[in-house]
Design a binder for this molecule. Structure first.
Ligand SMILES: [Zn+2]
Length: 430
């Protein structure tokens, strides 16, 4: 009943504010998780939330890496509106070492944390991905933003912040599934010994992992000069899915504490993008728009919402923005996931875009020399490159170009030394 009142746009008595937890499982593609068809037991905690809550079976991120996707989550707008995407520079320009190759999120756009703060919420963010650190601007509006690279510490800090004070908006970003993929205690992961696998040498990281995010081995791999066979790709998949299980265990600890302090608090579980595990000859993520990097999990539990539902209407990551406002009883005029649960289809096509990455365009070439738009309407879809390449339904190409104004310009965000070193380690700056 509470839910019906929230979903309705006509004025209703103000409901008590709902505590809200949003968790981004960074780099987790939907099919890595049980509710999306994963057959390995990678996600007992996500499975439990999915059973009690609502699974959106067809959720698409508006871009394929952390920066633009989190901006979409926090502003409700895709990257071609928020302005947050990969920066472009002329080929002749020397890349600055202290420049993060992104364009900043539009400072005029109100953020979720700002809106909830104005509505009286306590707003805290605990993040493992360095791109979400407060100085870079994406987490604008949170009262507290704490970055720490280890998921376990992120969860510790998030748990320490919990109190019975209400209402609370808590945002947590967990990064375990991001490359490098370490060998983990998951049965399907620990059976592999990378030191006996010659193919893994160019990608090996200490102590016992592999990375497809940086390193000298990646360029020939992405260029197609090196091709890994199915057995190697199977090992990569196993290691990645082992990391997903470790992340799920962190989530378990977080949710146990959250539900103890906020038994009626809403929970949204999602991801910012997926990951290539050899499909299309690709590894890692960013700069392209195939489903492997755009299909993300989206699971909602909220008081008054009937559990066990699977909603098939296509949705996008940025729909979390109006949904959280609905849950908070803050007025908004967009389509929210609560409307989707009510059977109202999401208006418009599914859209995504990925701007070219300067270093990939230069070093790898091929698909990386173009920016890419995705346009999907029902069963029809097309990917359109900024150089004119069309993959998929050619009849949709013009619509894609019209729907996604994609300019290839923009500067970069200047960094201090500490931020530069940290981001270089993640492969974001040269
Ligand atoms: Zn990410």
């Amino acid at each position: 009943m509470l839910f019906l009142a929230l979903a309705c746009s006509t004025p209703a008595p103000a409901p008590p504010p709902t505590d809200i937890l949003v968790v981004v499982l960074d780099t987790v593609r939907a099919d890595a998780l049980g509710p999306y068809g994963q057959t390995l037991p990678t996600s007992p905690q996500v499975d439990a939330v999915a059973s009690a809550g609502v699974v959106f079976t067809d959720a698409t991120a508006p871009s394929s890496w952390t920066w633009p996707s989190h901006a979409a989550l926090f502003t409700g707008e895709p990257p071609w509106v928020s302005g947050a995407h990969a920066a472009q520079q002329d080929e002749g320009l020397e890349l600055k070492a202290d420049l993060l190759l992104v364009t900043p999120m539009d400072t005029a756009l109100p953020t979720l944390a700002e809106k909830l703060g104005a509505a009286g919420y306590e707003t805290n963010a605990f993040v493992a991905n360095r791109l979400l650190a407060a100085p870079l601007g994406l987490t604008r509006g949170f009262t507290t933003v704490e970055h720490t690279p280890q998921d376990s510490e992120v969860v510790d800090k998030a748990i320490a912040s919990l109190s019975n004070e209400s209402p609370q908006f808590l945002f947590v970003n967990l990064l375990e599934a991001h490359s490098p993929y370490e060998t983990t205690r998951a049965a399907w992961s620990k059976r592999h010994d990378l030191t006996t696998m010659e193919w893994s040498e160019p990608y090996r990281t200490e102590p016992s992992g592999i990375s497809f995010h940086q390193g000298p081995g990646i360029t020939p791999l992405l260029r197609g000069d090196t091709v890994l066979d199915e057995a190697a790709n199977g090992v990569i998949r196993d290691l990645y899915l082992g990391e997903v299980l470790v992340m799920d265990q962190s989530l378990n600890r977080l949710l146990a504490a959250w539900t103890a302090t906020h038994p009626n608090g809403a929970v949204v579980l999602t991801s910012d993008h997926g990951e290539y595990l050899g499909e299309h000859g690709l590894y890692g993520h960013s700069a392209t728009v195939h489903p492997e990097v755009l299909d993300v999990p989206l699971v909602l539990w909220a008081p008054g919402v009937e559990g066990g539902q699977r909603i098939d209407t296509p949705v996008q990551l940025q729909d979390v923005f109006p949904t959280v406002l609905d849950l908070a009883g803050v007025e908004q005029d967009g389509w929210s996931l609560l409307d989707g649960i009510e059977g109202v289809p999401r208006p418009g096509p599914i859209l995504a875009a990925a701007w070219p990455r300067v270093h990939l365009a230069r070093d790898v070439g091929g698909v990386f020399t173009e920016g890419w738009r995705l346009y999907r309407d029902g069963d029809r879809s097309v990917m359109v490159g900024t150089n004119g390449t069309v993959v998929g339904d050619p009849e949709l190409a013009e619509l894609a170009t019209q729907a996604i104004p994609m300019t290839l310009d923009g500067g970069g965000v200047e960094l201090d030394d500490a931020e530069t070193a940290a981001l270089r380690a993640l492969g974001y700056v040269e």
